[in-house]
Design a protein around this ligand. Structure first.
Ligand SMILES: Nc1ncnc2c1ncn2[C@@H]1O[C@H](COP(=O)(O)OP(=O)(O)O)[C@@H](O)[C@H]1O
Ligand SMILES: [Mg+2]
Length: 465
């Protein structure tokens, strides 16, 4: 699959010319390679991109924040002016930051999408989660620098790359907003030469040339039409036009030379990871007991068992499902033998309703002597904290309690593989109508986190007793 090449414009300094560069570069690149799709969007909270590329007033509510929630990235694209596709900006990005869980998300989303050609991402001066996603995904990061402080800030970008096992050479610096009227004595005759020397001295790569400060360019964003005009159409007789042309050619050659390596890399990792998760899932499914843990009715082949309970022991080597009826019999007969049928019904309801909101039950056995064991039943909240419990003493009994259903102690015995164990825990969760879902990576990780927490809590409790 042909993937896109991502160019991120970033700098932790505001007002260095990022947005001007991103928007105009899109147009110059489109001019160089007409057949190549060019897509542009901004994680900054102003609407320059929209004002420059919008062909008509949009009533379309889709915006850049939805990259992280919408399943189809291509649906967000709008055909813009000058042949550039863009995604509308948003001023609610700050509020929806929590939707973005990690820095890899954008790269994975674009890698899975049908987006092709060049993608240019304008960022805000803050290294927030959006900027970090744009940096992580980038084949090339262009950093406009206009003065010594903006150059110092590049260190954070370089550190980010190093943290994510990437080379600092992904960054390429571009002196911007250079006032060519200012001259210095000595070897570096203007601020462009000085900045470039500083940058190289600090081990950064630079583009050839710079972007000059031009009153004409500055005026392009303020005019009665409310539009923002591009340099290529309204600033053609400025030196910035030539400088942008030169820059675009370098960026394009870079692309031709390296191609969309970054997203391919991300996609390969993603594929490896998904394959790994799938194998783990399959081995969990294989490890399941093939019958109801209590009555030995076979588990349906498709794994679809309405209202079953999933159960696993503390080592994870014993796991399977119990039919709902069996599970309640198991609890009622041992824990609540004194209750009448009606009372049992009420209790079941309580446990059922309770577990719908607080989804975990913990069964815990402590062997007191060869004849006697204490068994605790806890209801747990979603974080694995105990909210209520009941303890009973059980004597060694016959294997079956009623109608071929095994007893609680025998369930523990089976979980231990027939080996008598002093202390055992079984975690139980109701599974609704898709029991196997619980074994999928994401859900199973949550399950394990809860179980680990319970075990740590137990260890701490036993130490303090
Ligand atoms: N080459 C240039 N010459 C003159 N003014 C420029 C130039 N590039 C950008 N500007 C102006 O500088 C200001 C900051 O530019 P902008 O692209 O918004 O920077 P950033 O996105 O880094 O905050 C804007 O008013 C813009 O019009
Ligand atoms: Mg900006």
């Amino acid at each position: 699959m042909a993937r896109s090449y991502i160019i991120t414009i970033a700098s932790e300094k505001g007002g260095v010319g990022k947005t001007t560069l991103a928007t105009n570069l899109a147009i110059y690149l489109k001019g160089l390679a007409e057949d190549l799709p060019v897509t542009l969007f901004s994680f900054d909270n102003h609407f320059t991109v929209d004002q420059m590329f919008r062909l008509k007033k949009m009533v379309n509510p889709r915006h850049v924040g939805q990259l992280f929630t919408e399943s189809n990235t291509a649906d967000l694209l709008i055909d813009g002016q000058y042949g550039v596709n863009f995604i509308q900006s948003s001023h609610t990005l700050f509020e929806s930051q929590h939707q973005v869980q990690n820095v890899e998300q954008l790269a994975q989303i674009i890698a899975r999408s049908s987006l092709q050609g060049l993608v240019i991402i304008d960022t805000s001066p803050i290294l927030d989660i959006y900027t970090r996603n744009a940096l992580f995904a980038a084949d090339r990061i262009i950093v406009p620098i206009k003065d010594a402080p903006s150059l110092e800030n590049c260190r954070n970008l370089a550190n980010f790359l190093v943290q994510h096992q990437r080379s600092k050479t992904v960054l390429k610096l571009l002196p911007c907003l250079i006032d060519t009227r200012i001259h210095f004595e000595g070897p570096f005759r203007n601020s462009y030469q000085l900045l470039k020397a500083y940058a190289i001295n600090r081990g950064f790569r630079c583009y050839e040339g710079f972007i000059a400060k031009s009153p004409k360019v500055e005026s392009l964003s303020t005019n009665p039409s409310g539009k923002i005009y591009p340099i290529i159409t309204h600033g053609r007789n400025t030196e910035v036009h030539l400088q942008m042309t030169h820059l675009a050619r370098q960026v394009y050659l870079d692309y031709l030379e390296h191609g969309p390596g970054r997203l391919n890399e991300v996609a390969n990792n993603l594929f490896d990871q998904e394959e790994e998760f799938l194998q783990e899932y399959k081995s969990r499914v294989k490890n399941l007991q093939s019958t109801c843990l209590c009555c030995e009715a076979p588990v349906p082949e498709d794994g679809i068992w309405d209202n079953a309970y999933f159960l696993e022991n503390e080592t994870g080597c014993f796991s399977g499902f119990i039919e709902e009826d069996c599970f309640f019999d198991l609890l009622l007969l041992d824990f609540y033998p004194e209750l009448s049928g009606k009372e049992q019904q009420k209790l079941l309801q309580e446990i059922l309703v309770g577990t719908a909101n607080q989804p975990f039950l913990l069964l815990q056995k402590t062997q007191i002597n060869s004849e006697l064991a204490q068994v605790d039943l806890f209801r747990l909240d979603q974080q694995g904290e105990k909210i209520s419990g009941r303890s009973i003493l059980l004597k060694k009994r016959r294997r079956f309690q009623r109608q071929g259903k095994i007893s609680l102690l025998h369930l523990f015995n089976q979980a231990a593989g027939g080996q008598a164990q002093g202390f055992q825990q079984l975690l139980v969760q109701q599974t609704n109508n898709n029991p196997l879902k619980l074994l999928q990576h994401h859900h199973y990780m949550e399950w394990q986190t809860i179980f680990n927490r319970i075990q740590v809590d137990h260890r701490l409790e036993s130490e303090s007793n």
